[in-house]
Design a binder for this molecule. Structure first.
Ligand code: HT7
Ligand code: ZN
Length: 855
């Protein structure tokens, strides 16, 4: 496989200022005629390189005449234009959307045609430079059978439409904004619309449309509200106004990722559009809101200012995730949102940063760009933007982003351009901070407080280590912004104000001031830096912080650390005592005016995977055993508290206020604790909630709880759920997922059986993720001692790769964590990776992930 290096970037030799596309649409045959006006930017004559993937040119014309001076190189088309400095190049291709199971380029989903072009899908539609620094104005004409495709959509505005011969019709779309090919989109199908409008800050009316299959329109209200809220928020917080008269969203069932920000025509996975209380959980609602916002925000961070090359992916993704996180925080509870985001970062990004696939947020090389849509690019990328915002504060950060948008509007920019704009606009030197872009690995910070016995002066000693990662054995010290506060519990002599410590060297001493007794240190408040902190605490400190810290994130963190310490002690075979954890949870539950959503997050036990991350060699079975034991102990000790929570009336499912959502979340946690005790009535209680639930949040929580056990109610509930929702694909995904999440010891066998279920299919990525993605997130099941979990995932990768290599490749990283799971498991995991690699004709996607995972 060819490796592409960031350092090899060269500006394009040809630009394509205008492009006209003509589509004759058909499900199993679509004819595409492309007219590219090309302009040479290279000083000397250079052949025109047009990328292609799986297509052949039916005919090539230059300036109106048939042209024979072209050749194919791999899938690409090289046109020799001699001395010309400009030309009109026309190429005709024929494609088959029905057989496009990769879901890249133009494909069919439920009898509708749609496109996915990021990152390199446009070249599966027509020949084109297909690189993000080639920006064109698009004019798109499409024609098709009116009965099959009554709705014809593309980017920009519909400027003309009409009827054709033999029941056909056509539409002409023009997008006035130059854009890279990855933002091109086309949709044709039988769709219904939820229409609304938004008036921008300068008084322009924008028509909004959310297009779905008939019958789904009543489930688009939340997405529409989220869209309008996002538009208003981006004006208020970033001064960014929408720039077309139309904004359309289309929901499709078969989609490789969450959604796509095509200019003026976002395409979404149905999962992030459709929601009603009967079928969507509160978490699903939040997912819709967050993804709608994310894609909308890309209109500026991604579309108006795009990426020069794919190594700069985090320029748009990290920044946009930061923007959508801030939006969701503003729409709900900022501390709860921060907790959720950090939980995700630790679950998905920290393991990536610690494994064989670790890469900086601006990678130096790749084989297949689709493999780099990672938690590092997205979520760590967002943390790096957040740190800049923390260091300069909101007003200066806004000056920096204003400058960035002004300076680079209409351009294809780099991460360096962003950092420079923040430097210039906010007035800060980010020289050392730039290391966050180039160094992979999660920095590890050790903290210690020293006391000068003569005068009681306390000093915080900090050290940082950035671990070696593949290709980066040596690391330079990073600039790490740490929000800290040292509480004085003894007479108020200490400073007690929060400070922002900029740790910029390997070792640093921070004077804390005079404290009569040791200060209570609150460190990395709000998770101001994406790092791991080691700080040996005295007994009672975590309990105090969990109850008293004025930073909610730090309170959460203290309680989690207390649980983690208890669990790690137990897993390593030492005696541990649940008493302190129980007391701290009790205190959190009864704390005055506590937000139930915060309480629910705080009292939840750390995941099995996160407990494993604390250990050199992970013992999945011991972790499961000890976590269940602690859960049962907490369930028993606080039985009356949990029962009291469940005894209160559940908020109506239609009520979607943060308070109602928080109360439902806490009820779910309470039920899980009670069920873990194995108390006689636990299954009955869960079944009662399942049957009586007026919405999906409570119904799914009860079903998931039942799915862990082996009661008769479990079978009954699964059966009822299946029969009720078998025709709703998104809800049926949940049915597969709760079974693959199950803590039962036969889960791997159950997943293997479910893969044979008539409703299971490899052609729908949501279904694949629901079953197999849930299995690999289920630590003890995936790591079942006989290796059956590994085999199942490897079998899936091999079966899926020929159909959908992107989705197949995304299933590999869990197998790459073999170094952490002991010799026996490591041997089996490696054997599965080798078995995958031995398959002839493997895709570039899977080859890259599997071979790197073996290192
Ligand atoms: N920018 C979008 C990326 C995306 C994508 C990438 C590879 C293959 C399929 C894809 N679908 C969408 C999503 C986003 O971050 O907004
Ligand atoms: Zn994005």
């Amino acid at each position: 496989p060819v490796t592409i290096h960031r350092g090899d970037y060269r500006p394009p030799e040809w630009q394509v200022p205008d492009i006209a596309l003509d589509f004759a649409l058909g499900i199993d045959e679509t004819r595409v005629s492309a007219r590219l006006s090309v302009v040479r930017h290279a000083d000397a004559p250079a052949p025109l390189l047009l990328r292609g993937d799986g297509i052949t040119p039916a005919e090539v014309r230059v300036d109106g005449s048939v042209w024979n001076d072209w050749r194919m190189e791999g899938g690409d088309l090289i046109v020799d234009l001699g001395e010309r400095t400009a030309a009109m190049v026309e190429v005709d291709t024929v494609i088959n959307p029905a057989t496009n199971t990769q879901l890249m380029g133009l494909y069919a989903s439920n009898a509708m045609l749609c496109t996915q072009c990021e990152a390199e899908g446009f070249r599966r539609i027509t020949f084109h430079p297909d690189r993000p620094d080639v920006l064109s104005r698009y004019r798109v004409r499409m024609e098709g059978d009116k009965a099959a495709f009554p709705i014809l959509l593309s980017n920009g505005n519909c400027v003309e439409q009409g009827a054709g011969e033999g029941g056909r019709h056509w539409a002409l779309w023009e997008d006035p904004w130059p854009k890279p090919s990855y933002l091109f989109a086309l949709v044709a199908g039988d769709l219904v619309v939820n229409r609304d409008s938004f008036t921008t800050m300068s008084g322009r009316k924008v028509e909004l449309g959310i297009w779905v299959r008939a019958g789904d329109e009543d489930r688009t209200g939340h997405a529409m509200q989220a869209l309008k809220d996002s538009m208003a928020w981006d004006e208020r917080v970033y001064g960014r106004e929408y720039d077309l008269d139309l904004f359309n969203i289309v929901a499709v069932s078969d989609f490789n990722m969450g959604a796509m920000e095509n200019k003026g025509l976002n395409v979404f996975n149905t999962r992030y559009i459709l929601a009603d209380p009967d079928t969507a959980t509160d978490m699903d609602y939040d997912g819709v809101e967050g993804v709608v916002a994310h894609e909308y925000f890309h209109n500026w961070s991604g579309n108006r200012v795009t990426c020069r090359d794919w190594f700069q992916l985090s320029l748009k993704e990290g920044f946009t995730v930061y923007r959508d996180q801030s939006f969701s925080a503003d729409m709900g509870s900022p501390p709860v949102k921060r907790i959720e985001d950090v939980r995700l970062l630790r679950a998905a990004q920290f393991p990536e940063d610690a494994g064989p696939l670790a890469h900086p947020i601006r990678p130096d090389s790749f084989q297949e760009i689709s493999n780099f849509y990672t938690a590092t690019i997205y979520n760590k990328g967002a943390e790096i933007i957040r740190m800049m915002a923390t260091m300069v504060g909101p007003e200066r950060f806004r000056k920096g982003t204003d400058l960035y948008f002004d300076r680079h509007d209409g351009e294809a920019a780099t991460c360096e351009d962003f950092v420079k704009a923040i430097e210039d606009g906010a007035g800060i030197d980010l020289t050392q901070f730039r290391l966050w872009y180039s160094q992979a690995g999660t920095p590890r910070i050790t903290a210690r407080i020293a006391t000068d016995e003569r005068n009681g002066e306390r000093t915080l000693h900090l050290t940082q280590v950035v671990p070696a990662t593949p290709g980066q054995p040596e690391k330079a010290p990073m600039l790490i912004p740490l929000r800290i506060k040292a509480y004085d519990l003894d007479g108020g002599h200490g400073v007690e104000e929060e400070q922002l410590v900029l740790l910029d060297r390997t070792e640093m001493a921070v004077p804390l001031g005079h404290y009569r007794s040791p200060p209570m240190l609150s460190l990395n408040r709000g998770f101001s830096a994406p790092v791991i902190v080691d700080f040996a605490r005295e007994e009672g400190e975590l309990e105090w912080l969990a109850a008293n810290d004025d930073d909610p994130f730090a309170r959460y963190e203290a309680l989690q650390q207390l649980m983690l310490d208890t669990l790690v002690t137990a897993v390593s075979g030492k005696a541990s005592d649940a008493g302190a954890v129980v007391d701290a949870i009790r205190q959190t539950l009864t704390g005055s005016a506590a937000d139930p959503a915060f309480v629910a997050e705080a009292v939840l036990l750390p995941s099995e995977a996160f407990i494993g991350d604390q250990m050199v060699i992970v013992d999945p079975d011991a972790i499961r055993r000890e976590r269940l034991a602690l859960q049962a102990a907490i369930g028993t000790a606080l039985e009356s508290e949990w029962r009291a929570i469940l005894g209160q009336l559940a908020p109506a499912a239609t009520l979607l206020t943060p308070l109602a959502k928080g109360r439902r979340r806490l009820r779910g946690v309470a039920l899980a604790y009670l069920a873990a005790t194995g108390m006689g009535d636990a299954s009955e209680l869960a079944f009662g909630i399942f049957s009586g639930a007026d919405g999906m949040t409570e119904r799914q929580a009860a079903l998931a709880t039942l799915a862990h056990g082996d009661s008769k109610e479990r079978a009954q509930a699964l059966d009822i759920f299946y029969r009720r929702y078998r025709d709703n694909p998104l809800v049926l995904d949940k049915w597969f997922q709760v079974q693959a999440w199950s803590l039962r010891s036969d889960t791997v066998a159950a997943v293997a059986a479910l893969a044979e279920h008539p409703d299971f299919t490899l052609t729908n990525p949501n279904r694949v993720r629901a079953l197999y993605g849930a299995l690999s997130a289920n630590q003890a099941a995936f790591h079942q001692a006989d290796g059956a979990g590994y085999r199942l995932i490897a079998d899936l990768v091999l079966a899926l790769d020929p159909k959908n290599p992107q989705t197949a490749a995304r299933m590999i990283p869990p197998l790459g964590r073999w170094k952490r799971f002991g010799d026996a498991r490591a041997a089996m995991m490696k054997a599965e990776l080798e078995r995958i690699l031995a398959q002839p004709g493997l895709s570039r996607d899977v080859t890259e992930q599997a071979s790197k995972s073996l290192l």
